[in-house]
Design a protein around this ligand. Sequence first.
Ligand SMILES: Nc1ncnc2c1ncn2[C@@H]1O[C@H](COP(=O)(O)OP(=O)(O)OP(=O)(O)O)[C@@H](O)[C@H]1O
Length: 323
Amino acid sequence: MNTAQPAATDTAARELNAPAIEIADLHKSFTVRGGKVRAVDGIDLTISSGEIVAFLGPNGAGKTTTLDMILGFTSPTSGRCLVYDGSPQEAVKHGRVSAVLQTGALLDDLSVRETVAMISSQHTNPLPVNEVLKRAGAMAFAGRKVSKCSGGEQQRLRFALALLPEPDLLILDEPTAGMDVNARRDFWAAMHAEAERGRTIVFATHYLEEAEQFADRIVVIADGKLLADGTTEEIRALGGLRTVSVVWSDDDGDPASVVDTLAGAESFRRDGQRVVFTGPDTDAIARHLLNHTQATDLLIVQVPLEEAFVDLTSQAAHSGGIK
Ligand SMILES: Nc1ncnc2c1ncn2[C@@H]1O[C@H](COP(=O)(O)OP(=O)(O)OP(=O)(O)O)[C@@H](O)[C@H]1O
């Protein structure tokens, strides 16, 4: 029938343009002894195809619970969670989304290759076993029994398994926890290659450096709420986290006068001979110090993301959120 044609085309077009993930007013509570835990408490988030997004947040922030809803492992208490404009379960079923989770059970007695071959047989149109082993960097230990693999090697195996259906969206929950620096670097190199193939990648991490180095966009989550969402630079700027440090001359009196007279300066602290100013306009602070004081040896310092992150989460704890 002709009528079926436009509908199919519409569906394909809609899916093509659909965001990878669309979350609106998402809530998830758990009933525990003594009350309720609001693990996810009103998150709105849209992730487009091709983005690499880090979920950053302290322990118990709600990152895993959010990822579990995106993967259809658990249902929202309320709100909407769509993956490619459909339910997460549909997306998983069609191989459009897969995950590298720390907890995914593996069979100890199988070799790495046997594990991939076994799971491969459950997919309709999987990538060849050797191809995924190669892409995940697992070829070198493909013959090894799972029980003899290190934690990092087991994560690579999980990565290989996740690649089998050639997913459009890869979800990774703290994928490199427990890996040493070299293993982590290799893992992210392999992941970079997948990103270059156009995959959307969403990962939760405690390693702020990883978020900074690998993600295009960082979503900061704490207490089940989204605190900040932006590029690494935007997240840093949110915390106002550039400082101007100078060797202060006592001839200029109290550094507080700079903060009092200059709109771009917010606060200062003494650090030995130096005075460190912070504020929304570090350029204006620097100009003022160079032109109107005897301060010398001026440094503008970008505060590391780690400190920006700590600052954001502690601000949230005190104010109930950051607008
Ligand atoms: N099944 C559950 N039953 C009861 N409470 C839960 C359950 N799952 C998660 N929680 C609680 O929900 C909150 C969010 O947990 P979640 O695991 O999503 O945080 P997270 O950001 O992933 O933390 P981490 O970085 O430590 O993995 C925590 O307070 C946690 O104890």
